[in-house]
Ligand binder design. Structure first.
Ligand code: DHB
Length: 392
């Protein structure tokens, strides 16, 4: 059995990028179909990072003035960098007049899914894209399989891969799924969610002799924390007591408020940019196009920045047959992508200890952190990058 449907833009992936793109297209009167292999519940429960840049919040507020970012989320006006047991606050509004918001990605997804479904968006869960064909013609198509195993063919004017790091769209654009620029890191993050009051008002990024830790929050009752670990670590190998001991040893100067740990995961670190972001009538956005290591929380923000650029380009292409913006999409998106790649790599390198580090490397790293916090120019760069460069 095979069913065929037609739309203007076929979007593979109902993550933040795909959902926001469908909204921006709808604003321009362009109809789209979104498919995602996951169920709605799975999408809404995937735990990811929690920091939204100023520009992301401005966009979400424009999309929905009553967004829960402002009621459930929390504005953060700074972060703390801690090293040699001392904290150094980076004051975002004081340095760049911008802030960030702590509002978990799955909450953004709940909001956007509700909004799009209410607006009548054609959004199909449990549908797995297998490949994309004919991107060099004016009628590319997505070949997919629905939850019952039946084939679904989506014929479109344009196909967007917003389907994450194992994108099914990428091979049609880049030739293979792996062609791109890579970096692996010899460590990962052990992440926990726990039921406890906050140990600090703002995030603490801590470089310690025992390795890196990040103290983040979710709400008054739930906290998110991470510590640097071996990439092959088994999340179930440590007892709760061992986890607290490890975390505590890495934030000297703060006594962490402990509580029941109800979720644990190991996050791999990778930097990746696909060699091609667009070919003919198909383009990649978000993790389908690039991956950043989590330090600095750029992943979702970068995905949203991609779709802001792509939405304008698709509007020009599909309503005025103007190809200039779509021809410039990859170059425009890559400018920000490489800035974010640099920032994420830099924060990661500055804060973690590497197995091959000798005493020189450790002391140099402290020298780098001190150069940063002692310099208004240094702190300003961090604040500018962390709160996010203006969108569009
Ligand atoms: C969180 C994750 C990050 O990668 C980061 O840099 C800051 C916060 C978080 O999940 O809260």
């Amino acid at each position: 059995m095979s069913t065929s449907i037609r739309t203007r833009v076929a979007i593979v992936g109902a993550g933040p990028a795909g959902l926001i793109l469908s909204h921006l297209l709808a604003e321009a009167g362009i109809e789209s179909v979104i498919i995602d292999q996951r169920s709605r519940a799975e999408i809404e429960q995937t735990i990811r990072a929690g920091i939204l840049e100023q520009g992301t919040v401005d966009l979400l507020t424009r999309i929905d003035p009553n967004t829960r970012v402002h009621t459930v989320g929390h504005r953060h006006d700074g972060i703390e960098l801690r090293f040699q047991g001392e904290g150094h606050r980076i004051d975002f509004p004081g340095l760049v007049g911008r802030s960030v918001w702590l509002y978990p990605q799955h909450e953004v997804l709940k909001d956007m899914l509700a909004l799009r479904l209410e607006a009548g968006q054609d959004l199909r869960f449990g549908v797995t894209a297998s490949r994309v064909e004919d991107v060099d013609t004016d009628h590319p198509r997505v070949i997919a399989t629905d939850a019952d195993g039946a084939e679904l063919v989506i014929e479109a004017d344009f196909v967007v891969g917003a389907d994450g790091s194992r994108s099914a769209v990428r091979p049609a654009i880049a030739g293979t799924s792996r062609d791109g620029y890579f970096r692996e890191y010899p460590f990962a993050w052990f992440g926990i969610l726990c039921e406890a009051p906050a140990s600090a008002d703002e995030l603490i990024y801590s470089n310690s002799e025992n390795g890196f830790a990040l103290i983040s929050q979710r709400s008054h009752e739930v906290q998110r924390m991470y510590f640097q670990c071996d990439p092959d670590a088994d999340p179930n190998s440590l007892s709760e007591a061992q986890i607290w001991e490890t975390l505590q040893s890495r934030v000297p100067g703060t006594t962490l408020k402990e509580g029941t740990i109800f979720q644990r995961d190991v996050l791999r670190f990778r930097s990746f940019v696909a060699r091609e972001l667009r070919r003919g009538r198909a383009a990649l956005v978000g993790d389908a196009a690039h991956t950043v290591p989590p330090t600095g929380a750029k992943g979702m923000n970068l995905a949203i920045a991609d779709v802001v650029i792509l939405a304008d380009a698709l509007n020009a292409l599909l309503t005025e047959n103007d190809t200039r913006l779509i021809d410039g999409y990859a170059e425009a998106a890559l400018r920000r992508i490489w800035k974010a790649q640099n920032f994420s790599w830099w924060m990661t390198s500055m804060l973690h200890s590497l197995p091959e580090h000798n005493e020189f490397d450790q002391r140099r790293q402290i020298g780098e952190l001190r150069s940063l916090v002692d310099s208004e120019a240094g702190r300003t760069y961090l604040a500018e990058a962390y709160t996010g460069w203006p969108l569009g």
